[in-house]
Design a protein around this ligand. Structure first.
Ligand code: 0A1
Ligand code: ZN
Length: 895
C-alpha cells in the first residue's frame, strides 16, 4: 500500500536486462507462517562493463546475501522498499539469497499464499518478487531446479514445474521433493503447490508417440468432479496437434484447483493452477454454461504452453501477444467442439453460437472499456500497475485482432504464419510486432505489393471504430456501389489532448453479402468473380466498391460473422432487418438483424418511458419472434440466442445520457409483452425441448435445455397462469443443475410468492456445503429484482460469506454492483460500492481494482446520478492509503 503517486511506466522506455540468468536453484522450507527461501542465481553479463544488479522484492525479510559464496556486509548492498541492488565485479557470478515470506499474512493471493490448508503460488504478472529477490520481468528466462520441504502430514503432495526427480522423507515428520524444469522460462511461469489433494490421471500419447501423464488435482473429496476437466485437457492436447500441429513438450501436465484464486486460471509451465470454478463439474452442481467455460479455460491455459510459454512476452506491454492469440485459439477450440460431427449449415450454426457469445462478451465488456477513462490500445503505451491491464481490451479485442489476421490470411495462411512465428522465435521473449512480421511474411506472398503496415495500427489505437455504409443502386446497369467510411472518435485521455490526437484509418476486413427482396441470397460480382460473401479490405478513410450482376436493389448483410471489432452505421427500415432475421444465410448476421430490431424497439421504449408515455404494442418484433420460434430449421441452441433480447449493459451503452432504470424497465416490459403475446408458442417450445435420458453436456442436449429455460422465463415474464407451477415442478424434479438453476432463476426473477422463497431456501439447504453452488445462490439473490443495499448487507452477514474469497466477493458484491442496475443506481448503492472497494483494497488490491472499475462510465449519467457517482469516486480517492491498483483506476476515472 502506498499513498504517493505511483510512477508511470512507458513502453518506449524498455531496456534489455544487462544480465542473463541461465540457472536458478530454489529451495523452500514451506511453512504457512514463515517460509524460508534460498535462491541460488547464476548471472552472466549481457552488456559491456559491470552493471549494478537490481533485483525486485516485495514484503520479504532478507536474511542473507552472498556473491560467489562470500556473505555481503550491509554496506555492500542497497536494500530499498522494493529493490535490492548489488554491485558485482565479475562477468559471471553466483548470488545466494536467503529470505522469508509469510504466506498466511498474504491476502493478496499474489506470490506464495494459503488457501484453506493448502499452499499455492501466483506469479504473473509480478508475484514472483513476493517469493524471493529476483529480476521479476518476462525477458529473463532460466532453467529452474526446485527443492520443496514441508511437513509430510499436512502437505503430502509437493508440486512444482517440470519433472519430479526425487522424493524422500526427512527427520521430524518432514519430507522433500526435487523438481527440475528442462524448459527455460520467465519467473512469472514458476509455480509451487503443496497440500493434500485428490488426483485423477490419465496416460496420453502425443502425435509423435511421446507418453504424457495428464493429472487433475482437487480438494480431498472432490475428485468425483474432475472427469470433465481431464477430458477437456485430453481434447485440448489433440486439438492443438490437429489444428496447428503443436505438440506437448512435457512428460507431465498438471492442473490444480484452488478455492481462492484471483482470476480464472494460470498457465504455469506444466503446472497450471486453476480457480476451482473452472475445474469442478458434475451434473448436480454445474450448469451447461459452467461445463463450456471449463472447456474454454482448460483449452486456454493448455494452448498457452506454445503461445505464451514457448514464445513469451518481452515486456508486459506485449501482453496481448500471448493473451489475444491464446483467446483466439480457445475460441476456435470451443467452436470446433460445438461443430464436431456436423457439416454444412448445421456446423455453421453451431460455430455461430460461439461467435454470438464471444461478440456479446466483447460488446458488454470491451466496448464500454474502449469508450471510457481506461481506454487503451491492445498494446498499451503506459501503465502504473500492470495488474490493471489484464483487460477485455488486451484479451478480447486482442483476440479480434488475431482473428482479423486469420480472416485476411485464411486458415492455411494463418497456420503457415504461426509456423513461421515459431520457427523464428521458439524459446524467445518477443513483441507483438514480431508476431505480425511472421504473419506478414505469408500475407505478402498472397497479396503482392501489399503488406500489413496499416493493419499494425490496431495495436496502437484505442477506441471502437465506426464504419458507415452507403449503398447506391443503378437499376439500368444492374450495378451497385457500396461505400464504407471509417472514423474513430477520441477516447479516454485522448479527449483531453489539444489538438486532438490523429487517428489514421485502420485496415478493416469487412465481410458483406446481399439478399433480394424475397430473402434469397444474391451472388454479386466483384472484379469478375461472383461470391455469396465478399471480403472487402477497407484501408482508407473512405472506399467504394462497385458490384455487377445485381438484379435489384439489394438488402445488405453487413459485417458477416463480425469480421472486425467495429460498430456499423447504416440507416435502413425495420422491414430489411425483419427480412435478414428471417433469411440471412450467415447465421451471425441473421442473429444480429434480430438484435438490431429488438434494440430499436427497446430504445424507443426507454425514450417513451422517460417522457412518461405508454407506447403502443409492437407487432413487427412479435411477428419476427413468432416466425423464429416456429422455424423448424433452426437448432435449439441457436434459437435460444436469436430469441434472447440484448443485455441490459449493451443497451445502456446506447443511451445518452445513460439511463439504467429506463433500460431495466424497457427490457422488462418487452419481455413481458413477448412472453404474453407468444405464450402458446413458448409453451409448446417448452414442452418439445426435452433432453432425453441421462445428463450429458453435449451441445445438442445443452441447446435443448437453454431453449427450454428461455421458454420458461418468458412464460414467467408474460405471467402465464401455468408458469409458476411449471417452474416449481422443474425445480423440484430437476435431474441436473442446468434445469434446477433455470427454474430457480425464473422464479427468483419473476415471482415474490412464498413457494419461490421456499425453493430458494431448499436450494440453500441442499447445497450449503458446496462452495461453487453457494456462489450461485449468492449471485442469484444479488441480481434479483427488488434486491437493495440492505439485502446485500444482510447476505454479507451470512456465515458463508467472506470478502477474502474472490469467488464469494464476486458472486455477491460484484454481481450487485455491476449487474443489478436497478439495485445499485442510487446514492446508497454508490456509497456501498465505495465502501466495498476500500474494504477489499485492504485485503486484495487486484480484486479491489476490478470492483473499482464498476463506474468508469460515471460521467455519462444524468444528474443526480452523475454527481453522486463522482462523490463516491472522490471518497475513495480521498483515502489516505490506497493500493497502486485502485489509485490508478480512480485517478483515471476522475481525470
Ligand atoms: N495468464 C492468465 C491470467 C492471469 C493473470 C494474472 C493472474 O494473477 C493475478 C492470474 C491469471 C491467463 O490468461 O489465463
Ligand atoms: Zn491467457
Amino acid at each position: 500500500m502506498r499513498t504517493d503517486t505511483a510512477p508511470t511506466i512507458s513502453r518506449h522506455d524498455y531496456q534489455p536486462y544487462p544480465y542473463r540468468l541461465p540457472q536458478v536453484k530454489l529451495s523452500f522450507d514451506l511453512d504457512p507462517a514463515r517460509t524460508r527461501v534460498h535462491a541460488q542465481l547464476v548471472f552472466e553479463s549481457a552488456s559491456a562493463g559491470w552493471q549494478p544488479l537490481v533485483l525486485n522484492g516485495q514484503d520479504l525479510e532478507l536474511e542473507s546475501v552472498a556473491i560467489d559464496g562470500r556473505p555481503l556486509r550491509a554496506d555492500e548492498y542497497v536494500l530499498q522498499a522494493e529493490t535490492l541492488t548489488l554491485h558485482p565485479r565479475a562477468d559471471r557470478y553466483t548470488v545466494d539469497i536467503v529470505s522469508v515470506c509469510k504466506p498466511e499474512q498474504n491476502s493478496s493471493l499474489m506470490g506464495l499464499y494459503v488457501s484453506g490448508s493448502q499452499l499455492f503460488t501466483q506469479c504473473e504478472a509480478e508475484g514472483f518478487r513476493r517469493i524471493t529477490w529476483f529480476p521479476d520481468r518476462p525477458d529473463v528466462m532460466s532453467q529452474y531446479q526446485v527443492v520443496l520441504r514441508a511437513d509430510k502430514q499436512k502437505y503430502p503432495l509437493l508440486l512444482s514445474n517440470g519433472n519430479l526427480l526425487e522424493q524422500r522423507d526427512l527427520p521430524d515428520g518432514r519430507h522433500e521433493a526435487r523438481w527440475e524444469d528442462p524448459h527455460p522460462k520467465p519467473c512469472y511461469l514458476f509455480a509451487v503447490v503443496a497440500g493434500d489433494f485428490d488426483c485423477r490421471e490419465e496416460q496420453a500419447r502425443t502425435q509423435s508417440g511421446r507418453p504424457a501423464l495428464l493429472q487433475v488435482y482437487s480438494d480431498r473429496g472432490s475428485g468425483g468432479k474432475t472427469l470433465w476437466a481431464l477430458e477437456c485437457l485430453r481434447r485440448s492436447l489433440e486439438w492443438d496437434e490437429r489444428r496447428f500441429g503443436l505438440e506437448l513438450d512435457l512428460d507431465r501436465f498438471m492442473i490444480v484447483a484452488a478455492r481462492d484464486f484471483n482470476m480464472g486460471a494460470m498457465e504455469n509451465k506444466g503446472l497450471n493452477v486453476f480457480n476451482s470454478s473452472y475445474v469442478l463439474a458434475d451434473k448436480d452442481t454445474a450448469t451447461d454454461a459452467a461445463y463450456r467455460a471449463i472447456e474454454a479455460v482448460i483449452g486456454h491455459e493448455y494452448f498457452h504452453n506454445w503461445t505464451g510459454n514457448r514464445v513469451t512476452c518481452r515486456d508486459w506491454f506485449q501482453l496481448s501477444l500471448k493473451e489475444g492469440l491464446t483467446v483466439f485459439r480457445d475460441q476456435e477450440f470451443s467452436a470446433d467442439m460445438l461443430a464436431q460431427g456436423l457439416s454444412g449449415a448445421e456446423a455453421a450454426s453451431a460455430r455461430a453460437v460461439k461467435r454470438i457469445d464471444d461478440v456479446s462478451t466483447l460488446r458488454i465488456a470491451q466496448f464500454p472499456e474502449d469508450a471510457g477513462p481506461m481506454a487503451h490500445p491492445i498494446r498499451p503505451e503506459s501503465y502504473q500497475e500492470i495488474g490493471n491491464f489484464y483487460t477485455a481490451t488486451v484479451y478480447e479485442k486482442g483476440a479480434e485482432v488475431i482473428r482479423m489476421q486469420h480472416t485476411l490470411l485464411g486458415e492455411e495462411g494463418f497456420r503457415a504464419g504461426l509456423e513461421e512465428y515459431f520457427r523464428r522465435h521458439d524459446g524467445q521473449a518477443v513483441t507483438c510486432d514480431d508476431f505480425v512480421d511472421a504473419m506478414e511474411s505469408v500475407y505478402v506472398q498472397k497479396h503482392p505489393g501489399k503488406n500489413l503496415g496499416v493493419f499494425r495500427r490496431w495495436y496502437a489505437q484505442a477506441g471502437t471504430p465506426r464504419v458507415a455504409v452507403d449503398l447506391r443502386y443503378d437499376a439500368d446497369a444492374h450495378a451497385c456501389a457500396v461505400t464504407l467510411t471509417q472514423r474513430c472518435d477520441p477516447v479516454g485521455i485522448e479527449k483531453l489532448q489539444d489538438p486532438p490526437a490523429e487517428k489514421p484509418p485502420l485496415h478493416i476486413p469487412f465481410a458483406l453479402g446481399m439478399l433480394d427482396r424475397s430473402g434469397a441470397a444474391l451472388k454479386p460480382e466483384l472484379d469478375g468473380t461472383a461470391r455469396d460473401t465478399v471480403l472487402l479490405e477497407l484501408r482508407e478513410a473512405q472506399q467504394t466498391w462497385t458490384f455487377r450482376n445485381v438484379p435489384e436493389r439489394p438488402v445488405l448483410s453487413l459485417l458477416r460473422n463480425f469480421s472486425a471489432p467495429v460498430i456499423v452505421e447504416y440507416e435502413r427500415p425495420d422491414t430489411e432487418l425483419m427480412l435478414l432475421a428471417g433469411h440471412d444465410t450467415d447465421p451471425f448476421a441473421r442473429w444480429e438483424a434480430g438484435q438490431e430490431l429488438a434494440t430499436r424497439r427497446l430504445l424507443a421504449l426507454v425514450g417513451a418511458l422517460r417522457q412518461g408515455q405508454d407506447p403502443a404494442a409492437d407487432t413487427a418484433l412479435v411477428e419476427t419472434w413468432r416466425r423464429l420460434l416456429g422455424d423448424a430449421a433452426l437448432t435449439p441452441a441457436y434459437k435460444a440466442r436469436v430469441l434472447s433480447l440484448p443485455a441490459e449493459k449493451e443497451l445502456l451503452e446506447k443511451t445518452s445520457p445513460m439511463d439504467p432504470l429506463g433500460v431495466v424497465q424497457a427490457r422488462r416490459q418487452l419481455r413481458a409483452q413477448l412472453g404474453a403475446a407468444l405464450a402458446p408458442e413458448w409453451l409448446s417450445a417448452y414442452h418439445s425441448a426435452q433432453d432425453a435420458g441421462d445428463y450429458s453436456p453435449d451441445p445438442l442436449s445443452a441447446g435443448l435445455r437453454s431453449l427450454k429455460n428461455l421458454a420458461l422465463s418468458m412464460l414467467m415474464a408474460g405471467a402465464h397462469p401455468q408458469a409458476e407451477t411449471l417452474a416449481l415442478e422443474q425445480y423440484y424434479g430437476a435431474g441436473n443443475m442446468t434445469a434446477r438453476m433455470g427454474a430457480l432463476s425464473a422464479l427468483v426473477n419473476h415471482s415474490k410468492s412464498p413457494e419461490c422463497a421456499q425453493a430458494l431456501s431448499h436450494f440453500y439447504e441442499q447445497w450449503q456445503h458446496d462452495p461453487l453452488v453457494m456462489d450461485k445462490w449468492f449471485a442469484l439473490q444479488a441480481t434479483a429484482p427488488g434486491t437493495t443495499v440492505e439485502t446485500v448487507r444482510a447476505l454479507m452477514l451470512h456465515p458463508a460469506f467472506s470478502l477474502r474469497n474472490p469467488n464469494r466477493a464476486r458472486s455477491l458484491i460484484f454481481q450487485f454492483c455491476m449487474n443489478n442496475l436497478e439495485g445499485v443506481h442510487h446514492a446508497d448503492g454508490y456509497a456501498f460500492w465505495a465502501e466495498q472497494v476500500i474494504a477489499l483494497d485492504e485485503l486484495n488490491p487486484e480484486i479491489a481494482a476490478r470492483l473499482a472499475r464498476a463506474f468508469d462510465n460515471w460521467a455519462r449519467f444524468a444528474e443526480p446520478q452523475r454527481s453522486a457517482l463522482r462523490s463516491a469516486l472522490q471518497s475513495i480517492q480521498d483515502r489516505e492509503k490506497l493500493s497502486r491498483n485502485v489509485a490508478e483506476i480512480i485517478s483515471k476515472a476522475l481525470k
